[in-house]
Design a protein around this ligand. Structure first.
Ligand code: UDX
Length: 444
């Protein structure tokens, strides 16, 4: 099948490469020429395990091509995916400028039947706007070409996106026309082999499914962070509570890990956008507001613990920060808790020695040569001469460090663990003062 993907960002690139991987001819379009040139030379602009291999392999096989020529894109594929960014605008609603501009181009250049598929995360009702936009451009051209609009949200996790695409748990397709539904079912058939994962529904339900899924996961995390905060006050251990409730299959073990708050490009943005959509339709969502408020507060809990330990005045102190990305296996620092922690420490006059296995270049892009930030060469280098170690992302390499070295190189043996990756007894026996999330501090 011939497929065009508008937007060669994270979602577009993974979608394009995976469709090519199963034998389709895919053309990825992006207005950023530099990005397209780099992709044509086999350079991937993002860090995503397994992606580079399939991009390079399928480009070489001639099944995956890149262009910045929009017209060529519209003429190429029967399936036209929209996978452009929907950044939040000032009030937290999703900004649809890019989505509607692609719709306009499709309307402008379309010469025969096209299926326009929305993959970008967009508010309920966007498919209707896309349809209206294309229809109005066609009317201006006095063209009667037929087209259909479909909603097909993505559920890709950063760090595991290729796998999520190749072996999806569900393929959500919002579609009105029965014939288009079958064309979509055919397109996804290579990824829908062992059992039925294709779930077709009306368009608005598909659009809402995406937000509901992310909001539910974010709710689980905020709920658990709140339980952690309660555990700290009543002297309980949230890790025991987590195991205790997770074993109830109705609750489950996933997404109930307390920590320093969720970050990334989806949860913060989508919770806010759904709340705005509800508001627009006259509904005040107390749960969504609380999920966001708890998360915002959670990002500050570790600095509060630092102040409790060292006293309000932390100016002049130095902190080693391990982990900058919003989660392991990605270099993405969008809405990462580390950014709040860095900001609060610098504001207080402290300095930071930061280290991350892959996000160093991203950190340097964000902070440049800002005063108070030292970019460490490795975890050991970050610890050297610091007053305390602060762990913010649970990268595997941080799980079993050389604690003798850490103790020797820190000015005082204090560890603030924002992800509960160390065993409190072990830390105390090893001579550390140890603070974690939702568990009593040790060695204080
Ligand atoms: C998420 C959804 O999982 C994915 O389906 C959707 O398409 C996009 O948004 P992603 O943002 O890549 O994916 O990250 P995810 O693995 O879901 O983690 C999100 C955040 O929640 C991270 O900051 C992570 O550290 C945090 N988290 C996750 C917790 O704090 N506790 C948990 O138990 C799980």
């Amino acid at each position: 099948m011939k497929i065009t993907i508008f937007g060669s960002g994270y979602v577009g690139l993974v979608t394009g490469a995976c469709f090519a991987e199963v034998g389709n001819d895919v053309l990825c379009v992006d207005i950023d020429r530099k990005k397209i040139d780099a992709l044509n030379e086999g350079h991937i602009p993002i860090y995503e395990p397994g992606l580079e291999e399939i991009v390079v392999e399928n480009s070489r096989a001639g099944r995956l091509k890149f262009t910045s020529d929009i017209r060529e894109g519209v003429e190429f594929g029967l399936y036209q995916f929209i996978a452009v960014g929907t950044p939040p605008d000032e009030d937290g609603s999703a900004d649809l400028r890019h989505v509607l501009s692609v719709a306009e181009s499709i309307g402008t250049y379309m010469q025969e039947y096209r299926i326009v598929i929305n993959k970008s995360t967009v508010p309920v009702g966007t498919a209707d706007l896309v349809r209206e936009k294309i229809s109005s451009v066609l009317a201006e051209r006095s063209s009667g070409v037929d087209f259909d609009v479909v909603s097909n949200p993505e559920f890709l996790k950063e760090g595991d996106a290729v796998n999520d695409f190749m072996k999806p748990e569900r393929i959500i397709v919002g579609v009105d026309d029965p014939r288009t539904k079958e064309l979509l079912r055919f397109l996804y058939s290579p990824f829908n082999r062992s059992h039925e994962r294709f779930i077709a529904m009306d368009i608005r339900s598909a659009e809402l499914t995406k937000y509901a899924a992310n909001a539910m996961l974010a709710t689980k995390i905020s709920f658990m962070n709140e339980i952690a905060n309660i555990a700290e006050r009543v002297g309980a251990d949230v890790e025991a509570v987590r195991r205790g409730i997770g074993s109830d299959s109705r609750i489950g073990f996933s997404f109930i890990y307390p920590g320093v708050g969720y970050g990334g490009s989806c949860f913060p943005k989508d919770v806010q956008a759904l709340e705005r959509t509800a508001h627009k339709y006259g509904y005040h969502s107390r749960i969504l507001q609380a999920v966001e408020a708890v998360n915002e507060d959670q990002k500050s809990t570790i600095v509060r613990k630092i102040r409790l330990h060292f006293g309000e005045e932390i100016g002049g102190r130095v902190f080693a920060l391990w982990g900058l990305s919003f989660k392991p296996n990605t270099d993405d620092m969008r809405a990462a808790p580390s950014r709040r922690v860095i900001e609060e420490l610098l504001q207080a006059g402290a300095s930071v020695r930061v280290y991350d296995p892959v996000a160093m270049h991203e950190a340097e892009r964000i902070y440049g040569d800002r005063e108070g930030i030292y970019y460490a060469a490795n975890p050991e280098d970050a610890v050297k001469g610091s007053d305390a170690l602060v762990v913010l992302t649970e990268w595997l390499v941080f799980r079993s460090p050389d604690f003798e070295m850490v103790k020797r190189d820190l000015k005082t043996p204090v560890v603030f663990d924002g992800r509960n990756i160390y065993n409190p007894e072990f830390m105390e026996i090893s001579g550390f003062t140890y603070y974690s999330v939702g568990r009593p501090p040790r060695g204080v």
